[in-house]
Structure formats: C-alpha cells, structure tokens
Write a protein that binds this ligand. Structure first.
Ligand code: IVH
Length: 689
C-alpha cells in the first residue's frame, strides 16, 4: 500500500473489492488477536484507522457489505469461524429415487439382500424429507452439551450457542433418556418467517435470501447468536448418532421415544406395510405439501426393523436401509441467450446454456447444462429460443425442451465445435462415447486448471481457503502449474499478491501444511483419473494399501497376461474399462512425474483396514456357488465390514474361497492353486453366525 491510499471515490469497483477483502481479513485477525488471544499486534489508533477505511469503502461500495464483514459483527465477536467437531458416528446422505419404479427396485434390493421368508412383509416408515440443514444434538446425562452442523459428514462445525436459541431444542431431557444421546434432525425456517425476514432485510437495505433453506443456513451460521435468536428457526428430528443404549426394536418406536423425550417429530410420518402403502404415503405427503409452512423436497422411506437396518449397513456414504423419493422437478420458461462450451479435466467438451436469469423453485438460474452434442441436436436448441428449464434438489439445472412457436425467425441451428475453444486442439469423439474431447491433453490450459480444481476439491485435498477462483488466479500467474506446486507455496510469495496480507497468506500456508498428511484413498481420488470416483479410489486403496504398492502393481499390470492385471480387474467393482483408464493414466510419463513430486511433498497415509480382530480381516475372499443362509450381497457386505477384501476371481492372492453348491470353474481353480476352500456353514462359524 502507498503512504496515502486513494480515496474510496477514486477506486474502481475491482480495486475496492480487492482492498475490501484484504482489509476484512486483516481487521478480523486483529479482532481475534485482541479479543481471543489478548495479544494485540497494533495500537488502538492503527486498528481504528483500518476499521474506518473498511467502513469508508463500504459506504462508497455498499454491495461489498456482507454479514461476515467485521463492520457487521456485534461486539466484535471473533470472526474466524466456528470450532470443528468430529462426529462420533458419521452423518450420512441418502440415495435418491425419482419415480415409483426406483422405490419398487429399492424394496426388491432389500429383499434380495435380507432374503426373508416370502410371507414376511418389508415394513417401511415414510417421512417428509425436510429441506433444511441437518444438525446433530448431543446430550450427556440428559443435558444438551453440543450441537453441530453436518459439514462433510465426518466433521462439522460447533454451532451450540446458536442452536440453544431454537425453542424446539430441549435443554434438558427426562429421566428415561439414555446417558449419552445424539439426536439428528433438520433445522428449517418456516415459509412465513422467511417472507417476514426478507421484508425486514429489504427495508434495512440488507441482503435478502433466495429461499428458506439459504435463510436458515445464513441464520444458523451467525457468529452472533443474538441474530440467530431474532429469527424463527424450527426443528424436526428423525435419527440418532451415538447412543449409550438402544432400547427400541423399530424406527417407528424410536420416533415415539423421541416424542417422549420432548423432540419434535414430523406429524406426517407414516407406518407402511410394504411398498404399495409407502407409495400411497408419498402421494398423501405430496398432496399436503402446498399447505405446509415449510419446504419439503421428497419423502424418505426407512426400513422399520432396526435389526434389518444393521444387517443392511451402508454403501459409501448412504445407508442401504433408506432412500429419498424426490418430488418432480420444478420448471420455468426463459430465453436462451447463447451456448458456451466448457472444457473439463478429462477434456470433455460440455455445452452450457446461458439463460436470461429466471427463478425456478426459489433459486435464480442463469446457466443450465445441455449435456452433450447429441442432446443439443436432439432438442434442436438454438440461441434466441425460449426454453423450459427445470431444477430438482441439488442437481444442476437442465434445459428440458424448446418452445417452438416462440422461435425467432432467424435462429440458426447450433454447430458443435470440432476444436477445443481453449487450446484449439482438435476435439474428437470416440465411437462408443457421447462426449467430444479435446485432444490437447497436457498442453490444454483448461484441462490443467480443471485437474487442479479437482485436486483441491472437497472430497479430495479440501484445502481451506484454496478455492477454484484462487486456483485459476495462481495458475494464470504461473504460481501453480502442477499439483505439487501447491505444497511449495510460501507466505512471502502470497503476501505480495494484491488483496493478500501477511495473515491471510500465513493462514493459507497453514491450511496447506495441514493437508500434507492425506489418506491414500483421498489421494487417489484427487488425481482425477477418468472413471475413478470416490468409491473406486477406496477400492484401490483398500486393495493395495500403500501408494508404493499400488504403483508397483499397476506397473506390473500393464502386461495384460500378468497376475497383477488379473488382480486389478478381479477387484469387485473395477472392470476392464475402468482398469484401462487407470493403466493409461499411470503409464503416462508426465503423470509418473506428478506422482513422484507429490510423493516427495506429502505424507500419504496407508489405507487402514477397519479395526477388526476378526480372523478374516485383511484376507482376500471369493464367494462362488449358491449360498443358502445369506444372500451374496449380504455375504460380501459382512466380509468387507470385518475388514476382508472381496474379489470376483480366484488367483494366487486369494486367501479363502467360500464355495456353495455349483461352485464350478472357480472351485476348480481354487483346488488347482491350493487355496483354502470352505463351505457356507464353516464361513458362518468363522464370522460368528
Ligand atoms: S435420514 C442415515 N430423514 O436429507 C440417514 N434425512 O439427502 C440419515 N433429511 O442429510 C438421513 N429429512 O439432512 C433423513 N426425514 C428425514 C430427512 C432427512 C431431511 C436430510 C438430511 C440428510 C439429507 C440426505
């Protein structure tokens, strides 16, 4: 900064925004040092000058005022955010069903898994899916001690003080409640309160919220609980986390206990004897929807028997015993201004519709995906067309169709580019694929940037304060070209950048250092190999345990005749096509170098088998033939829960084959290789029934 900074009137909006961001961080930091650490680093006069400058800029550029700005904080509360809380039991998400058939399939899957007698009904509980924010409320010896947001499911934020202001949350529980109890539910803002709040905000020239869910989120994440208290938030509860006793045999009786302990349970929950009744419950809830004073976005069905829930367990982050049946998407009509092409990290060219902004289901939409070339051709979408767009839940808005009688006379058919709009390399389409891809590979800047964005994204390295915008800026300035460059960033270099101060630079470097220890599965996912999502990355980490072993195994597997190749494609969930993408990624010399550099910069934590003292922990197991007492999916899930790997084919690496009648070729191969083979009963004895 120069000695006499320009007057706010002389700043361009961009300069103002960047100085505002820098000042906000700086002032917040001084607040923290002063109020929290009792260790101010500047004199009161210096602090006042910074604060006044921030106020002056905000007076000239009111659009820069956000609730997070230090000027908006009452009593200069620490603005550094909330403490993190690790959930003792992870907070999960739900798989979705979009129509009746998906629900019928869900129940059929559950039946196949559990294999109950034919006359035994699958009882479900249907509950409205509340469109709010999930929270976890912890009670110790019947006193509310802590409340947290869901966060990434494993770790959330401590918002206890704000939750205490919600009247629906009991501070104390009756005597019959367990000693340790975590109750989970959804905090939401009633529609009536949302309208009133927005009216108040608008009158005060404050930010208005797009929908009740955002308003609830904004209100819960207030650093000043008195702001939360001034807004009406409500709660419905529907699940538990950690609990010291489990006195209920069914979900239905759990809901009754919740009510007894003083928690609000949604009055529309229904007990359903089978899938038909569940679908009838859905229709009933859908009918009630417009009359409710809160938003719901579907119906959640849960298997009623808790013993069955326990057997069904989880896949990735969602239970096998529940599903969310979403309401149909909301639609609106608007004008398509043009079609942009985005280039993804694997070179895929994705067309995006640029729209005249329109409100769909309470959210302003100005972009929508057009998926791919064929989709544009099929819908014959043209610039200038009036189109129907839809939005469902969290999914990306879509263009549904063109309103043909509103087509301008001169609208021209869209021609999909055959060159990359970013690097101008040829864009080609493989026979079997719907997408056209840029062939620029490593020379295409768009692909490089997208790979880096993926590398730091939430389910990958998740570096706090290093978002997509920073990646683009750092890349453009040559600070980061390869993933490993991130770990070479220094606070000196960052602090010199416009809009950055010493403190913000130090914070980012600390956040980066914090992520230098990373679990192998996250690491593999972060690489952005085509077709390797979180689940596949986990399978690879589980199978190979360390980065070194994985790289060695893939190097060996480049030979399709090798054992290593057989092992790779034998991993249940990885077929030849996914294997081909993994092999080609790791074959590439440049990628090998990227991996070497990362390996040198990071501490990659080997995959930890789930803690288990089971005799099958760490073993590779193959199931073959018919099992009588347990379905194949349940057998696989049980084996994995006990720390075993389940493979689809028998090799020298197989430790155990569980063979039922009709074992065939796999049984013979096991005998040939001398792999231990047991029958179903011995297997059940081994895993404890
Ligand atoms: S049960 C293990 N029940 O939906 C299952 N979730 O899309 C945990 N939600 O994260 C969820 N209403 O925030 C459940 N009646 C309900 C719900 C509900 C809303 C939310 C919840 C969850 C999300 C998953």
């Amino acid at each position: 900064m120069t000695d006499t900074p320009p007057q706010p009137d002389d700043l361009t909006p961009a300069q103002a925004a960047s100085e505002h961001a820098r000042l906000a961080v700086e002032v917040s930091e001084h607040n923290r040092l002063y109020y929290q650490d009792d260790a101010p680093r500047v004199s009161d006069a210096e602090y006042d000058a910074l604060f006044r400058r921030l106020q002056d800029i905000e007076a000239r550029f009111p659009e820069l005022v956000t609730p997070e700005s230090p000027t908006q904080q009452v009593g200069a509360e620490p603005t550094s955010g909330f403490a993190k809380v690790r959930h003792a039991v992870p907070m999960l998400s739900l798989a979705n069903a979009f129509d009746d058939d998906d629900v019928i399939d869900f129940v059929a899957r559950v039946r196949r898994f559990l294999n109950p007698p034919d006359d035994e009904p699958v009882v479900l509980v249907a509950e409205p899916k509340i469109d709010g924010l999930s929270v976890s409320l912890r009670y110790e010896y019947r006193t509310f001690v802590r409340g947290a947001t869901r966060g990434d499911g494993a770790e959330g934020e401590d918002i206890t003080a704000n939750l205490r202001t919600i009247v629906d949350i009991p501070a104390e529980l009756p005597e019959d409640a367990p000693d340790i109890l975590e109750v989970r539910g959804e905090v939401f803002m009633p529609k009536s309160e949302f309208a009133a709040l927005n009216a108040r905000q608008a009158a005060a020239d404050d930010k208005v919220f797009a929908n009740p869910r955002n308003a609830a989120a904004g209100s819960l994440r207030q650093l000043d609980p008195s702001i939360t208290a001034s807004r009406t938030l409500r709660l419905f509860t529907y699940a538990w986390g950690e609990i010291s006793e489990e006195p209920f045999g069914t979900h239905w009786s759990f809901l009754e206990r919740l009510r007894g302990w003083g928690f609000p349970v949604n009055p529309l929950v229904q007990h359903c004897d089978g899938v038909e009744e569940a679908l009838a419950a859905y229709n009933k809830i859908a009918e009630a929807r417009p009359t409710l004073d809160y938003d719901i976005d579907g119906v959640v069905y849960k298997i009623n028997r808790l013993g069955w829930q326990a057997r069904l367990g989880f896949v990735s982050r969602a239970p096998r015993w529940a599903i969310a049946h979403k309401f149909p998407a909301e639609q609106a009509t608007t004008v398509l201004q043009g079609i942009d092409i985005q280039v993804g990290r694997t070179g895929a060219l994705t067309p995006v519709a640029r729209l005249e902004p329109v409100t769909v289901g309470g959210v302003v939409v100005s972009n929508a995906t057009l998926h791919n070339e064929d989709e544009i051709a099929r819908k014959d979408v043209r610039a200038g067309d009036t189109v129907v767009v839809q939005r469902a839940g969290d999914v990306i808005p879509q263009v549904v169709e063109v309103v043909l009688d509103k087509r301008p006379k001169k609208a021209k058919r869209y021609k999909f580019p055959d060159h990359c709009p970013v690097c101008n390399s040829e864009a080609v389409r493989a026979d079997s694929e719907a997408v056209r891809r840029c062939t620029g590979g490593l020379i295409c800047p768009a692909q490089a940037v997208e790979r880096l964005k993926h590398f730091v994204s939430r389910n990958a390295f998740d570096i706090e304060g290093l978002g997509a915008k920073h990646i683009v800026a750092f890349w453009e300035d040559g600070l980061i070209k390869e993933p490993a460059d991130i770990f070479g960033l220094t606070s000196e270099v960052l602090a010199e950048r416009e809009g950055w101060g010493e403190q913000s630079a130090a914070n980012l470097v600390a956040a980066i250092t914090d992520r230098q220890h990373i679990a192998l599965d996250r690491f593999i996912y972060a690489l952005g190999i085509r077709q390797v999502g979180q689940a596949t990355a986990r399978l690879l980490a589980r199978t190979y345990t360390t980065l070194e072993a994985w790289r060695a195994a893939i190097a060996a597997a480049q030979d399709h005749e090798s054992e290593a190749y057989q092992e790779l494609i034998g991993i249940d969930g990885i077929g030849e096509l996914v294997a081909a993408d993994i092999l080609s990624f790791l074959h590439e010399a440049h990628n090998q170098r990227v991996l070497d550099d990362l390996d040198a910069a990071l501490d990659i934590v080997p995959f930890e088998q789930p803690a288990s003292d089971s005799p099958i922990a760490g073993k590779t197991i193959v199931f073959t033939g018919t099992l009588d007492q347990m379905s194949r999916p349940e057998a696989k899930a049980r084996a994995e829960a006990l720390g075993a790997k389940v493979s689809g084919s028998v090799s020298k690496k197989t430790d155990l084959v569980v063979a039922g009648p009709g074992a065939g070729a796999k049984g013979r191969k096991a005998a040939e290789l001398g792999v231990e083979t047991i029958d179903e009963q011995t297997w059940l004895d081994l895993i404890g029934g």
